[in-house]
Design a protein around this ligand. Structure first.
Ligand code: ATP
Length: 247
């Protein structure tokens, strides 16, 4: 099984609003796929359906070949997630949060795994600090440590570096790249930072009005469409999705 995630004809309607309009894509092992698109394009809705937080209106989601609708628990054992809008419980310390999520995931040798992640994300000074008292960047690092607890085969990251200073963001990008390269997992990554996307992602999907308009290597895709940079391409897709094919 080479794909850790396979999404087919996924759709989500909110009343008359079509938030996700029949998207199909895969994430391979050791691959980082960027899910890009302007505000309201349907990125978070897509991620929430993969996580089982939202029920799709139609379509199929498979995680390591497991149908997420019918084998949800087994599919979620293999998945994890981090986003700034989903902070960990603020009244628990860093250690308590990692322990509770580790127990929920049934992580083997949990004590050792927690120590490894505390060291990996430079969280030692905050081990006994309640998460609600941490800065947003520190909370992001705890969220990433939590996201790696169960060694997921599918890691979903919704703007993982949004609240990080440049040095920490660079370090986090390096860590996620080595997560993808070293293990058997794949990553679906959303970001509005095109410099970051070009540096981190092996492949990008451009989403606009719930549809995938473009897919390819972020290093060659702009040139293929007559644009100088990924940011120029992003702006063109966001503003004039229908004329892009003519570029
Ligand atoms: P952003 O970059 O701003 O986070 P996004 O690409 O993640 O945007 P979504 O949050 O997935 O976009 O939203 C897709 C569309 O669905 C938007 O038009 C949004 O207004 C709509 N939408 C999202 N959630 C709901 C909801 N609960 N009820 C109705 N409409 C919704």
């Amino acid at each position: 099984m080479s794909h850790v995630l396979s999404v087919t004809q996924l759709r989500k309607n909110y009343g008359d609003t079509v938030a996700v309009d029949g998207v199909s894509f895969q994430v391979g092992r050791n691959e980082i796929v960027g899910l890009l698109g302007p505000n309201g394009a349907g990125k978070t809705t897509t991620i929430n359906m993969i996580l089982g937080v939202l029920e799709p209106t139609a379509g199929d989601i498979r995680i390591e070949g497991l149908d997420a609708a019918t084998h949800r628990a087994r599919a979620m054992e293999r998945t994890n997630f981090a986003a700034v809008y989903a902070p960990l419980p603020g009244n628990l310390t860093v250690f308590q949060n990692l322990r509770i999520f580790g127990l929920l995931y049934g992580v083997p040798n949990l004590a050792e795994r927690i120590e490894t992640l505390i060291a990996h994300f430079d969280l030692e000074p905050f081990r006994r600090v309640k998460c609600g008292l941490l800065s947003s960047g520190e909370q992001t690092r705890v969220g990433l440590a939590k996201a790696l607890l169960n060694r997921p085969v599918l890691l979903l990251l919704d703007e993982p570096t949004a609240s990080l200073d440049p040095a920490t963001a660079r370090d986090v990008r390096r860590k996620i790249r080595s997560f993808a390269a070293d293990g058997s997992g794949g990553v679906l990554w959303t970001s509005h930072n095109m410099y970051e996307v070009e540096e981190v992602c092996d492949r990008v999907l451009f989403l606009s009005h719930g549809k995938i308009l473009l897919e390819g290597d972020p290093k060659t895709l702009p040139r293929d469409h007559g644009k100088k940079t990924l940011e120029d391409l992003f702006v063109a897709v966001a503003r004039e999705p229908l004329t892009l094919g003519a570029a």
